[in-house]
Design a protein around this ligand. Structure first.
Ligand SMILES: [Zn+2]
Length: 84
């Protein structure tokens, strides 16, 4: 955390719409969940509305995976900065 507070953060939040694939770094596109319902766990379908798929390797992402973690992380860093 201490090191990260030194890094300038020029974004307020990270949008799932512009997230890149963590496997191949290609752009992801939003995809209707009905099209991928056979590829992901039922619980994930129930609790998430927005899904993205990598254009290149077809890896499927949803907000609950990495996006939310990154957003929480950014918020933590910002909170730490405001206090300092
Ligand atoms: Zn990919």
């Amino acid at each position: 955390m201490e090191i990260l507070e030194q890094i300038p953060l020029e974004f307020d939040s990270i949008s799932g719409d512009t997230a890149r694939c963590t496997k191949c770094n290609s752009l992801t596109s939003q995809i209707d969940k009905s099209k991928i319902s056979d590829k992901i766990p039922q619980k994930v379908l129930e609790f998430n509305e927005k899904f993205c798929r990598c254009d290149k390797c077809n890896q499927i992402y949803w907000e609950g995976t990495h996006i939310k973690k990154i957003q929480e992380f950014v918020e933590k860093v910002k909170l730490g900065r405001n206090r300092a």
